[in-house]
Unconditional design. Structure first.
Length: 538
């Protein structure tokens, strides 16, 4: 845990990692608490009617042991890959815990993935077993014989074509299981990258990744946990933001986490859930926060008791930052990381670390810099690539089956992120954009985040994305894809008004020379805009 030091410079100096040589995620987040506080609520599951079912640690241990035994009896061994294809539900947590205790490798997959995305990841990872729902089992059945290595599918909604009944398998298995004696560096988890710029790669992490995340959770959640804390995130538990920023840290600290599966993010329902469940801590990606802005007077309409609100995954923007203070009465603490090395930069309003338009500063325990292509350090306010220095306990072990891609990720001891940014004199990092998202126009290098932040200030704009469109004169021009607020209709006059709005607030070279009105933006499962798809449309 972070020491309770409310001075950033001293906190950075005095923080020390304490990573044990032998460590198992499943034992840490489940069995440890089952022995210490067996009747304590680990998960509070909320169904569509609003009914709440608590899952206590004793039950979490029993059910995860049963699942570990069931998988073992079906041939799953230490080091085998087991996919978890489930929405935000208690069975997701049970599956992860069981896999970790077996010494196998969990491969979380988003329930929204289509057949092609699933087939690619399952084949690439060489998955031996899958724990899924009825919807997931239907998708797997459609893949057919393409997955020759897949031996077992357990379905939480009962037996179906090609899938066994999960509940029956657990009922027939013993509640006694001896966890594998794993080292902190043994493989535990493989999360596939978002695939915004090409085929997704499996980022393999060791058991230590959970401990490596702790400072990055504690810092933006202002010395989490505090008495009365209770966590919820709309983020899918299949990606790093939901799993490693929310679910596993909450279980590690013995803090109840809310499980509520939404088919799509609904701002009104999100506020109602946070009020009804007395949520104190939440991680909400920037895209979802921009959607929440459409709800008028949230503090007046909902009995909110939030202590911390953290956000990351893409640039937050000064406009959304200001909205948090004005409409929610708290500071949104932004953080930064990526699948390969998560939560390494952040803000913490409790100790005065935060600046509008900036991600934050290095989180204790991590060395982060802005570097040039040759690995040398950039000067203050010089554009370069955000990089993290190894060794670092939150850093990935390798890309699965891609040694060359793993080597290419590093310049010396710096792990490059592919994200461009600038470091100011105070040590704050400003995110500019992905290397391939930065727009080059008439000699200027333009980050899309600043343009998008300006666009959503326009009263007609709900959400927006900016890309560079090839242009024979300027190299690229800025093109904006815009989703309008209810009550506004696309028109040439509105497009011209939006263009004028940006031009007069930013600069002549930054305003969108083309505007396209769309019903929705293409998003990854992590809530990031897939600008590659927009560039293809341009």
């Amino acid at each position: 845990m972070l020491p309770d030091i409310r001075n950033y410079d001293r906190l950075m100096r005095e923080f020390r990692w304490n990573i044990p040589a032998r460590y198992n995620i499943g034992v840490d987040v489940c069995d440890r608490w089952a022995a210490r506080a067996p009747d304590q609520a680990a998960i509070l599951e909320v169904n569509t009617r609003g009914d709440v079912t608590p899952i206590i640690y004793r039950e979490l241990r029993k059910r995860s042991n049963r699942l570990a035994n069931a998988l073992a009896s079906r041939g799953v061994k230490r080091g085998d890959r087991v996919a978890v294809l489930l929405p935000q539900t208690h069975q997701t947590a049970i599956a992860h815990i069981a896999i970790y205790k077996m010494g196998a490798i969990a491969v979380p997959l988003a329930a929204v993935f289509g057949v092609d995305a699933l087939e690619y990841r399952l084949r690439d990872a060489g998955v031996k077993a899958v724990v899924t729902s009825g919807a997931g089992a239907t998708k797997l059945a459609g893949i057919g014989d393409a997955l020759s290595g897949l031996q077992c599918v357990l379905c939480t909604d009962g037996a179906s074509a090609g899938a066994e009944d999960y509940n029956a398998a657990l009922a027939a298995a013993s509640t006694d299981f001896t966890p594998a004696d794993t080292s902190a560096d043994d493989p535990a988890l493989m999360i596939y990258t978002s695939g915004t710029t090409g085929p997704a790669k499996g980022a393999l992490h060791g058991h230590r990744v959970v401990l490596g995340h702790m400072p990055g959770v504690e810092f933006p959640h202002e010395f989490f946990p505090q008495p009365g804390d209770r966590f919820w995130t709309p983020a899918d538990w299949a990606w790093a933001g939901g799993l490693l920023n929310s679910l596993l840290p909450s279980l590690h600290f013995g803090i109840p986490i809310i499980a509520r599966s939404f088919e799509k993010f609904e701002p009104e329902a999100a506020f109602a859930l946070m009020a009804n469940m007395k949520v104190r801590n939440t991680f909400i990606p920037p895209t979802a926060l921009r959607m929440l802005r459409a709800v008028d007077n949230p503090l007046g309409r909902f009995d909110l008791d939030l202590r911390t609100l953290a956000s990351g995954g893409e640039s937050l923007g000064a406009e959304t930052y200001a909205w948090g203070r004005e409409q929610l009465g708290l500071t949104i603490n932004e953080f930064y990381g990526q699948t390969e090395c998560n939560l390494v930069l952040g803000s913490c309003a409790a100790i005065g670390i935060g600046k509008p338009g900036a991600i934050g500063r290095a989180i204790p325990g991590h060395e982060v810099a802005i570097i040039r292509a040759d690995g040398s350090l950039c000067a203050p306010d010089e554009l370069g690539q955000i990089a993290v220095k190894r060794p670092d306990p939150v850093m990935f072990l390798q890309y699965w089956g891609k040694p060359e891609a793993t080597r290419d990720k590093f310049v010396g001891d710096w792990m490059t992120t592919g994200d461009e940014g600038m470091l100011d004199e105070e040590g704050y990092v400003r995110f500019v954009g992905r290397d391939d998202d930065v727009i080059t126009s008439a000699g200027y290098r333009i980050g899309p985040g600043e343009i998008e932040d300006c666009l959503i200030r326009h009263p007609a704009v709900a959400i927006a994305a900016a890309i560079g469109k090839p242009d024979p004169v300027r190299t690229e021009i800025v093109k904006a894809f815009i989703v309008l607020r209810p009550g506004h209709a696309p028109s040439e006059a509105l497009a011209a008004d939006i263009q004028h709005f940006v031009r007069t607030r930013l600069a002549a070279h930054e305003y969108p020379r083309e505007v396209a009105f769309v019903d929705s933006l293409p998003l990854t499962t992590t809530g990031k805009v897939i600008r590659r798809e927009l560039r293809e449309r341009a």
